[in-house]
Design a protein around this ligand. Structure first.
Ligand code: MCN
Length: 792
């Protein structure tokens, strides 16, 4: 009997290959390719007066040097805004190579193509660009002040401003018995995947076609963007994503300038060209996120019920807006988490600064929103002297109120409507896991030993599984192997394992017989990509639906061959048999043979099938006249709205009374992403997310000086948590199935990251008795807060 795979902690099948060094990343490909390198702006804001290529050409092995002037047609036009929005009144994007102005350190100005990267870099060093430096705008306060402008024609540096309001905020706030205002700050950070961006372009001169190998998160989006820029028919462009060493959001942008320039150069030079981003390039020319200043005013009653919530925030969107204003919109709409806010008004300003542009990074605006909401919850509890968990629970949306419409517009333009979730149950599980009620005893004991400990909590809700669609193609080979293709790209999430689990169950085959391809436009040209925790929901359901198509066909063919009704058949371990009569059976490989009326004499599988069927007739049509040959099927899943996952985290920290160092003693997670396909992978995702969140809470920030130079643009200086700083994560799961999709799934990939800053802030505040209003917090900062607090 086959076991059910969905719900099993199946080991990731991609790991042995990756752990033994047999992964194949973009940089492992393209032997013999020419290499690109870029001259990048050393100024945050400057006019380009002149570019002197000098003797860069004279180095033997240098094949090309390009400036903007060399670029033709659409390659020379500005890069697209991927997600326009009516509120984005002043969209600005850069060019593949800067024209007259540069707007952040790291912006590409000249491209060199050479025999190898060393030569290309040497040639870059010989090129002189004459700049007229302009005053830069660095940081949100400078952008708000607008004494200087990033783009001359963008007044106040405001790319977009958006206000949403639910209920009568003014009256509710005026009538509230208590009011509080909090000024909060979240600093810039970045995802910094171990593998940076990379692209290898292979131009086929005879065919006029292009194949790109890329570490992109969206192979179809990149394909469409590059085809449009290069004026190629879509059919002449293929994008393949080999193994990818992390993306975390930064690789969603398409196209990056380099992804247009490299294939363009390959076409012009008639030679393979590749570019592999180095670490410094990643810091200064990819994307950052998180930076926000927030002002929250809340009105509440004596029991801590929210009556009115007024949030204003200023979002640092960097120099350009290729990804629109999706990040601040997510902050604005999803900060409400599991709570009913009473009347709610949120307004934001998305501001240009002369810094690296900002695009979604794991959590995408939610960590900042969660920080605002959860700091507010703790502040209410402190004001009223109530238990922090109790204040939260009093404001929860109850399970019987689901589906619950928050009255806001989600980032996809649809109403923000929670489909399901049991927040009281999540909180009860979290309190049990961390030992909430016993903590004061533990604190007293710690205090007796001269230790300072604190307990923190944070709750969030995350819209996952956004559309518009994802597809699945399932093909049973004549030897019974099952090939599955979906357009999702994979950066380390374990899709090959998880999607195989789904198909194994739906089709009734052994897990080891299922092989999954992701992110290859040749295998699945219709796809959207991997971001916003959508893979499980979108591709999971798509491959399930496709497998059901194949299953129905297999049953029809087998029923015909076995001369029984399809209703009498079952499929297990790749064998279709008559229920109750396992001897009357046919394996799926044979069914695949029978599905194709053309049988070659040398095809032994076909011969065997013929003997089995006993009625071989070369003229015989395949089962039904309107069927297609082959045992394969394709289907698409397209949801009506996002499905909402939730989670609650708690942490116990210890702060050093002398050095102000913060140690995380315990980290507990209760997580609800609906039905879990693979609980082990979900836990891994949550653990990874928490690790990234710990970085955001205690270590990671982009340190810009006044001139717009990024001072910590290397792993020597950019602090990230190592294994020694990441706590053991204790995890408990709830499974509230989504009513919206056939498998009942919700997303999980970003969840771990979202509340961590809020939770750690809550715990430090609890340990120190000092309000924590900004993240990350370093020991010197905590030490300074202590001094200020002591000074009153
Ligand atoms: N899963 C599951 N059951 C569920 C939900 C998820 O078994 N109910 C599994 C999925 O099948 C998938 C993984 O958990 O293998 C994450 O699923 P999902 O939440 O659907 O997220 P995506 O597949 O869309 O991946 C994107 C998500 C995002 S948005 C970021 S950012 C992120 C993340 O995944 N980037 C990652 N996790 C990452 N993990 C790695 N190793 N590298 C990245 O770049």
């Amino acid at each position: 009997m086959s076991t059910r795979q969905v719900g099993e902690k199946v080991q990731r099948r991609e790991d042995p290959r990756l752990l033994t060094g047999n992964g194949r990343f973009v940089d492992d490909l393209g032997r013999g390719a020419l290499h690109a390198a870029f001259v990048r702006s050393p100024h945050a804001h400057a006019r380009i007066l002149d570019i002197d290529i000098g003797d860069a050409w004279e180095l033997e092995g240098v094949e090309a040097v390009y400036t903007w002037e060399d670029l033709p047609g659409r390659v020379a036009e500005p890069l697209p805004v991927l997600i326009p929005h009516p509120a984005l009144t002043h969209p600005r994007t850069g060019y593949c190579l800067a024209t007259q102005e540069v707007n952040h350190v790291g912006e590409a100005v000249v491209m060199v193509v050479a025999r190898d990267r060393y030569l290309a870099e040497d040639a870059c060093a010989r090129i002189r660009v004459d700049y007229e430096p302009l005053p830069p705008v660095v940081g949100i306060p400078a952008a708000r002040e607008a004494a200087r402008l990033v783009h001359d024609d963008v007044p106040g540096n405001v790319a977009a401003t958006l206000l949403q309001e639910v209920g009568d905020l003014e009256s509710a706030m005026a009538a509230a018995p208590h009011r509080l205002t909090l000024d909060l700050a979240v600093e810039r950070s970045a995802s910094t995947p171990l593998e940076g961006r990379g692209v290898l372009a292979r131009w086929d001169t005879d065919d006029g076609s292009l194949r790109l190998y890329s570490s992109t998160q969206t192979s179809t989006g990149l394909r469409a963007a590059v085809a449009a820029k290069l004026g190629l028919p879509l059919a002449k462009v293929e994008v393949v994503t080999p193994d990818v060493g992390g993306g975390f959001g930064v690789k969603i942008v398409h196209p990056w300038p380099e992804e247009v320039l490299v294939p363009w150069a390959a076409r012009v030079l008639g030679h393979d060209v590749k570019w592999t981003e180095d670490r410094r390039e990643h810091f200064v020319s990819a994307a950052h996120e998180r930076g926000q200043l927030q002002e929250v005013t809340v009105g509440f009653d004596d029991e801590g019920h929210l009556l009115a919530l007024d949030v204003r925030f200023w979002h640092d969107n960097g120099a350009y807006t290729p990804y629109g204003i999706i990040v601040p919109i997510i902050t604005a709409t999803q900060l409400l988490g599991p709570y009913k806010p009473g009347a709610y008004r949120v307004e934001f300003w998305s501001l240009y600064t002369n810094t690296v542009l900002v695009t979604p990074y794991r959590g995408a605006g939610r960590p900042q929103g969660c920080f605002a909401m959860e700091r507010t919850m703790d502040a209410i509890a402190a004001r009223l002297g109530l238990d922090r968990a109790e204040v939260r629970s009093r404001n929860f949306i109850q399970p019987e109120e689901m589906p619950y419409d928050q009255g806001l517009m989600f980032q996809d333009g649809r109403p923000l409507k929670y489909d399901s979730g049991d927040f009281p149950a999540s909180l009860a599980a979290l309190k049990a896991l961390v030992g909430w009620e016993d903590f004061e005893g533990y604190r007293a004991e710690a205090e007796r030993a001269g230790r300072r400990v604190g307990l923190g909590i944070g709750c969030y809700v995350e819209g996952t599984g956004v559309g518009p669609y994802e597809g699945g193609h399932v093909h049973v080979e004549t030897d019974g192997r099952v090939n599955v293709a979906t357009g999702l790209t994979t950066q380390g999430q374990g899709h090959q394992t998880v999607l195989a689990q789904v198909v194994a169950d739906e089709l009734g085959v052994r897990l080891e017989d299922v092989h999954v391809t992701t992110g290859d436009t040749r295998a699945m040209p219709y796809a959207v990509g991997t971001f916003a925790s959508r893979g499980a929901v979108m591709s999971g359901n798509a491959v399930a639906l496709a497998a059901r198509v194949v299953r129905a066909k297999a049953l029809r063919i087998a029923a015909d061959a076995l001369e029984v009704s399809p209703d009498d058949l079952e499929i297990a371990d790749g064998v279709v048999s008559v229920r109750g009569a396992p001897g009357t059976a046919v394996d799926l490989g044979t069914v695949a043979v029978l599905a194709n009326p053309l049988r070659y004499a040398f095809d032994t599988a076909a011969q065997a099938a013929t003997q089995f069927a006993g009625t071989f007739d070369p003229q015989r049509p395949p089962v039904a006249e309107d069927d297609e040959p082959g045992l394969e099927g394709r289907d698409f899943y397209s949801p009506t709205q996002a499905t909402f996952a939730n989670g609650m985290h708690a942490a116990v920290v210890e702060t050093d009374p002398v050095t102000a160092e913060v140690r995380i003693l315990r980290y507990c997670v209760v997580h609800d992403c609906g039905v879990m396909v693979n609980p082990m992978i979900v836990e891994g995702q949550v653990h990874g997310g928490v690790a990234q969140g710990v970085g955001g809470a205690l270590y990671e920030r982009m340190v810009y000086d006044e001139g717009g130079q990024l001072l910590n643009a290397s792993f020597m200086d950019f602090l990230m948590p190592y294994a020694s700083e990441v706590p053991h994560v204790e995890t408990d799961h709830l499974e509230t199935p989504s009513p919206l999709n056939p498998l009942g799934l919700k997303g999980a990939g970003e969840a771990g990251t979202i509340p961590v800053s809020a939770v750690i802030a809550s715990a430090i505040e609890d340990a120190e008795g000092i309000p924590i209003r900004s993240m990350p917090i370093s020991p010197p900062e905590l030490w300074a807060l202590r001094q200020q607090h002591a000074a009153g």
